[in-house]
Design a protein around this ligand. Structure first.
Ligand code: ATP
Length: 542
């Protein structure tokens, strides 16, 4: 837990000592009074004992309150700092890193962090119990050396046995965590595909029967093994303790001629040790699981940080000059999947100048989106590169370069606000709402849309308006017009595109609308990962 600062750690150690110390004080007080009672009868109990007793109780209440407060504060700040930390890293990590880890991030946020937070509530109780055990052992050594040595031997043996079994249990807990990842994957599939499932309940039943139910069965068996292992450990530990108490009470005291008062004192402390050991045993499974969750969170954090973090966001138009050209030179990109024949594009050569309108078409799976993703700086090319005003876009500049584009992806997400705009131009907004014919459908109040419950075509219009208002010099639209009706599609290609060009936008659009290919200045065709520039006379008559 890197979040645990050194000063906090010292404070917790101090509080644990205080809490353990108070309990130990109470124990020794009671033990001393029992000793006095046995030696001198009730006459030995003076007012000093009552005062001392009250003092210990007050100290106990105070330490418990301070501890409870410290734990609550710590666990809550741990919970939120981990959540914020992961979301911060998610926002910092690059596209490729994140897209392969979305499920892991989800499980970390909903399961691991909760697990760790709950366990953190137990850490001080755990530490307190450990301190009580250690303090009691020292005290036991002063009461009777031989009995202490026997007890120590039993405790060491018990700990070794526990360690041996715990290792196996830990594997079961790790397996449980992996099963949880699988469960989350199918749970997300149910949430994401609930419409399809609602339309055909067989799909849901299959996911339930073939996946979730199997994971559940596997999980039950696995958890049973883990918890039975722990229970066996607890029973072994307790049995060893009982045998030890029996041996001391029935045999050792008499055989080794230990004074009965010392045997009673010793056993009294031993029983106290037993209750603390039980607390440790009960808390250990939670802490073990929390350790696994903590390792998973740490690994996720390390993975998200492992590749080069995104560079500082700068305005490339200031550092490298106003946008003039973007060129792609001999760019290749290959997906790295388990599949040996994973898809790749290139070498691709491409260029676009300020104010140009470029359309890209091609068959499904030919690589249009892959190419555009590389052009936008989302995918890192295997070789070749992207040049802005003749300057190579390296990893350091990649994020700043990407932010030059206003985008509407084919699987776009419509945010409920203009998050990317500092000062909203109300006049332009009203103009675009009219131009895209949704002024009656959606209003904007305080930069927030009155609704996002619109048709797909209308949502795409709103997403494009957002991109336009962001005032980026370049626009990239992936099959934007595919969800528009014939009337608006025509309006888009014949009126809106020329208007955007006249307004100074540079446009790259992936499209299948061959009827409107002539609306582009330049047309490219993507075929099996190769980008081919069409000659103008060919496409203007297509
Ligand atoms: N994340 C990924 N990992 C591995 N392969 C991928 C990944 N994304 C896409 N592909 C593969 O790359 C190929 C090209 O996909 P891409 O989305 O670029 O095609 P496209 O031309 O945009 O198709 P469409 O017109 O259907 O949108 C596909 O065959 C697909 O299997």
């Amino acid at each position: 837990m890197s979040q645990l600062k050194f000063s906090t750690l010292i404070r917790f150690i101090f509080l644990s000592f205080l809490s353990g110390g108070t309990s130990f004080l109470f124990l020794t007080f009671v033990n001393r009074v029992i000793g006095q009672l046995m030696a001198q009868g009730y006459g030995a109990i003076t007012q000093t004992y009552t005062l001392l007793f009250l003092l210990i109780v007050v100290l106990f209440i105070w330490t418990r309150r301070v501890l409870a407060l410290a734990i609550i504060r710590f666990s809550q700040s741990l919970f939120w700092s981990l959540r914020k930390d992961i979301i911060f890293l998610v926002l910092k990590s690059n596209y490729q890193q994140l897209s392969s880890r979305k499920d892991l991030v989800h499980t970390a946020l909903v399961r691991d962090i909760n697990m760790l937070t709950n366990a953190s509530l137990n850490i001080i109780q755990f530490a307190t119990s450990v301190i009580i055990v250690v303090a009691c052992l020292v005290y036991m050594a002063t009461v009777s050396g031989p009995l202490f040595l026997v007890s120590l031997a039993v405790i060491v043996l018990g700990t070794l046995l526990y360690q041996f079994n715990a290792r196996r249990n830990n594997d079961f807990f790790k397996q449980a965590r992996a099963l949880e990842d699988r469960f989350m994957f199918y749970f997300n599939a149910i949430l994401g595909g609930f419409k399809e499932i609602y339309m055909d309940t067989k799909k849901g039943q299959r996911i339930y029967g073939k996946k979730i139910a199997r994971i559940a069965d596997e999980s039950v068996v696995n958890q049973e093994k883990a918890f039975v292992g722990l229970l066996n450990n607890q029973i072994t530990g307790q049995t060893m303790f009982y045998l030890l108490i029996g041996a001391i009470l029935l045999y050792c005291g008499a055989a080794w001629r230990i004074a009965p008062a010392d045997t009673v004192s010793f056993l009294f402390i031993l029983l106290y040790v037993l209750s603390s050991v039980e607390t440790i045993m009960v808390l250990l499974p939670n802490l073990l699981q929390a350790k696994i969750s903590s390792d998973r969170i740490a690994k996720l954090q390390a993975d998200l940080l492992s590749e080069k973090p995104l560079g500082e966001l700068v305005d490339l138009q200031q550092t490298l000059g106003e946008f003039d050209t973007i060129a792609v030179r001999d760019l290749t990109f290959q997906y790295h999947g388990a599949n040996q024949e994973s898809f790749g594009i290139g070498p691709v050569n491409f260029s676009i100048s300020r104010g140009e309108v470029v359309f890209i078409y091609g068959g499904n799976g030919s690589g249009k989106t892959t190419f555009v993703s590389a052009l936008l700086g989302l995918l890192v090319p295997a070789s070749g590169g992207v040049y802005y005003n003749d300057c190579l876009i390296d990893e350091e500049r990649s994020q700043s370069y990407s932010s030059l584009f206003g985008v509407v992806f084919s699987d776009f997400y419509l945010f409920d606000e203009f998050y990317g705009i500092d000062h909203l131009d109300q006049e332009m907004l009203a103009y675009y709402l009219r131009l895209f014919e949704i002024e009656d459908k959606v209003k904007v109040e305080d930069g927030k849309f009155s609704t996002t419950h619109l048709s797909t075509g209308q949502r795409k219009r709103l997403a494009l308006i957002t991109a336009l208002l962001e005032g980026k010099p370049l626009l990239m639209l992936d099959e934007w017009a595919a969800d528009q009706d014939p009337y608006f599609r025509k309006k888009f290609y014949t009126q809106i595109v020329p208007e955007l060009k006249a307004a100074g936008f540079t446009l790259i659009a992936i499209t299948h609308d061959d009827k409107y290919y002539n609306c582009a200045d330049t047309l490219y065709k993507m075929e099996y990962g190769k980008l081919i520039r069409e000659e103008e006379p060919v496409f203007s008559t297509l």
